[in-house]
Ligand binder design. Structure first.
Ligand code: SF4
Length: 379
């Protein structure tokens, strides 16, 4: 993150003061959720969480694509990799995420070909170079990633590339927020909505949050001042008892989103029920490939899957629902570190546990959670 200039620091101090003044009138402690992993890192890097008013809590949500990818998806990928002639292509973040029996890293150590790629186009290039192999691209991500996979399929079709397959694990964020809003165990008063995803989806897809669930929500950018402005706006809405949707990132997010990217995705993908780590199955929250993409669809290849098993003691599911903060997990910074991660939220660079480890290990909430555990109190 770039260093703040003197004027920015003065503005941030004034905004914090404004937030604290507003928060004094809140009738109780409120909880806001930052949905996106990039926000979690920005908040941690700027030290914002420690500066919040006592009556305000910020929890992380399900906006890290690697973290919400369920263990069953990785099991499926591994089962495909064990078939003759198959090579997996994966984003690097997925490489060390535990599956039921190991991980892609372990699979590679056993001698199965697992390649790290930076985009689906890289996987396509590899497929063209290795005509005698079946390249399977592990397609995970939110609405920002899906259009690039769709564009790759367009190119594969144009060039007649048939040895590239896609294992679709793509997710849609709005249905997940709908599931969270309906979950009686999740208590949030407002949402800091993801800026990047909203560029594609548009802000309008979140309007149901206020209409159906009376949840305040703000689309926000990632600079500390933008995050503070979003928190002020959320607080104002709560005080006025008028939950609504506000778009504070209008320079890049429009109400209707990016129609070209949406149409590209819709040509190849269609909504489907999907399983999320921590949230379970959610109707229409994922994408499957359409019939026209059948030749490239790795999910149509029959494989035998083991019973899905999460890493023992890992509480990623609760972290992803905002039910606990990462330091509340007894393994945090003990058995689980970025060098030796136990769960997906510590593996992924966008994961909440990784963000807290990197930026907030020495903070008061971390110390409080550790002290509570030492006393045997529930975290
Ligand atoms: S600290 Fe590690 S084990 Fe605990 S929830 Fe996070 S990723 Fe899972």
């Amino acid at each position: 993150m770039r260093r703040a200039g003197a004027r920015e620091t003065t503005t941030a101090a004034a905004m914090l003061q404004r937030l604290r003044t507003l928060a004094r009138d809140l009738p109780r402690r409120v909880t806001f959720m930052e949905v996106c992993g990039t926000h979690t890192h920005a908040i941690g890097a700027a030290g914002l969480r420690q500066l919040l008013p006592e009556r305000m809590r910020l929890v992380s949500g399900p906006g890290c694509p690697v973290c919400v990818t369920p263990v069953g998806y990785l099991d499926h990928a591994e089962a495909l990799a064990r078939q003759r002639g198959v090579e997996l292509c994966s984003f690097g973040d997925l490489y060390r995420v535990p599956s039921s029996r190991g991980s892609l890293e372990r699979l590679a150590a056993e001698g199965f070909p697992v390649r790290i790629v930076y985009s689906p186009h890289d996987a396509l290039a590899l497929a063209e170079q290795h005509a005698d192999s079946d390249l399977v691209f592990l397609s995970i991500g939110f609405e920002t990633t899906t259009p690039t996979v769709a564009a790759t399929l367009e190119t594969a079709r144009e060039r007649g590339v048939r040895n590239l397959r896609i294992l679709p694990g793509n997710k849609r964020i709005a249905p997940a927020l709908s599931a969270l809003a309906r979950d009686p165990d999740v208590r949030i008063d407002g949402l800091l909505l993801p800026g990047h995803v909203s560029v594609i989806t548009g802000a309008a897809v979140y309007r149901f949050l206020a209409r159906e669930h009376r949840l305040a929500s703000v689309v926000a950018g990632f600079r500390p001042l933008e995050i503070l402005a979003a928190l002020i706006e959320l607080t104002r809405m709560l005080l006025a008892e008028r939950p609504a949707l506000a778009n504070l990132y209008p320079s890049v997010v429009r109400d209707e989103g990016n129609a070209v990217a949406q149409q590209l995705s819709e040509r190849w993908f269609t909504a489907a029920d999907a399983d999320w780590r921590g949230l379970g199955p959610i109707p229409d929250s994922g994408l499957r490939l359409r019939e026209r993409a059948a030749d490239w669809d790795a999910s149509r290849v029959a494989v035998e899957l083991p019973e899905a098993r999460e890493p023992s003691g890992c509480r990623c599911g609760e972290v992803l629902r905002g039910a606990i903060d990462p330091p509340d997990c007894p393994l945090f910074a003990q058995r689980c570190t970025p060098e030796r991660p136990v769960g997906a939220c510590m593996v992924s660079s966008e994961g909440s546990c990784a963000a807290w480890f990197r930026h907030e290990r020495a903070s008061r909430p971390v110390a409080r959670a550790a002290a509570a555990r030492a006393k045997g109190d529930p975290a």
